[in-house]
Write a protein that binds this ligand. Structure first.
Ligand code: OGA
Ligand code: MN
Length: 286
């Protein structure tokens, strides 16, 4: 099956036309979507309106689902499924959360470049984020393709990254922002994960950088040296020319591969309601 695609950015990303994801996916469509993600990294489906059950069943076609940071926060969920992640500034009773609430801090931490749940084993493959209610003042999420980032590095720099392994931790991005008041139990809830900085994508033979806000150290380097390298790579990977800036419309569903892309939310007026719902698939062990 050939999907109808329209490019989002010269380097990566595509809009998929005329597909309704609320209709159960058969294997043929599922494989076509997976094939398109291998090539493009990020896919946009406009005009969707998946209810909770439909978003969960669509995501489950791609593998087992992750419950994300909830493993640490144990935050209650206003949805029918633990695996439907509430990317919003809305409390359980429907009111808008106060600025200092944990809910808002999660939204702020999403504004650092990251790969969803890179801090755990297994890591994740795909995330699917659907826009339900958007602020009037606009709402943006940005993406970069980490294969393009790797391919753009000079050969000597590529070589120097061979064999390096980074340690990722769930609370690192939050601690960087000064949100560091977590109990020992919460810290222990998700042990750190170690991942090579270079990941080869078997299906395309391309190599991707695997970095982002959860990476806190490089094994065998001092913490400052490792962090400086991670920051330097991130800066190169997210050069403005390489960024696809997604301006959300209600009913958009964006799907991306966390193994080959990084993303970040952008600041918005947090006293305006913003509700998106995410499902995230666990990667097969590799
Ligand atoms: C996410 C995320 C960014 C945003 O849902 O994984 O990082 O703009 N969201 O809400
Ligand atoms: Mn995210």
């Amino acid at each position: 099956m050939k999907l109808e695609l329209s490019g989002l950015h010269p380097d990566f990303g595509a809009e998929v036309l005329r597909i309704d994801l609320a209709t159960p996916l058969d294997d043929v469509l599922r494989n076509a979507i997976e094939g398109a993600l291998e090539v493009h990294g990020v896919l946009l489906f406009r005009g969707q309106s998946l209810n909770q059950d439909q978003q969960i069943s669509m995501a489950k076609c791609f593998g087992r689902l992750d419950s994300g940071f909830k493993k640490v926060s144990k935050a209650p969920n206003r949805f029918n499924y633990d695996e439907l992640l509430d990317i919003s500034n809305v409390n359980d009773d429907g009111s808008i959360a106060a600025h200092d609430q944990q809910k808002i801090i999660g939204n702020v931490a999403n504004q650092l470049w990251h790969s969803d749940s890179s801090f755990q084993t297994p890591a994740t493959s795909y995330s699917m984020l659907q826009a339900i209610v958007l602020p009037e003042s606009g709402s943006v999420t940005e993406f970069v393709d980490c294969r393009v980032a790797y391919e753009s590095l000079p050969a000597d720099q590529q070589l120097a990254l061979e064999g390096l392994v980074a340690r990722h931790h769930a609370l690192h991005s939050r601690c960087m922002l000064g949100d560091d008041n977590y109990s020992d139990e919460q810290v222990a809830a998700v042990p750190p994960a170690e991942w090579p900085i270079l990941k080869k994508q078997q299906s395309t033979g391309r190599t991707s950088l695997f970095i982002g806000a959860h990476a806190k150290a490089i094994i065998g380097m001092t913490v400052p040296e490792g962090r400086m390298l991670l920051m330097d790579l991130l800066e190169q990977a997210t050069h403005p020319d390489r960024v696809y800036r997604h301006e959300w419309r209600t009913g958009d569903l964006v799907m991306w591969d966390n193994r080959t892309t990084l993303h970040r939310g952008r600041r918005w007026n947090i006293s305006e309601r913003r509700e998106l719902r995410r499902t995230t698939v666990l990667a097969n062990a590799s």
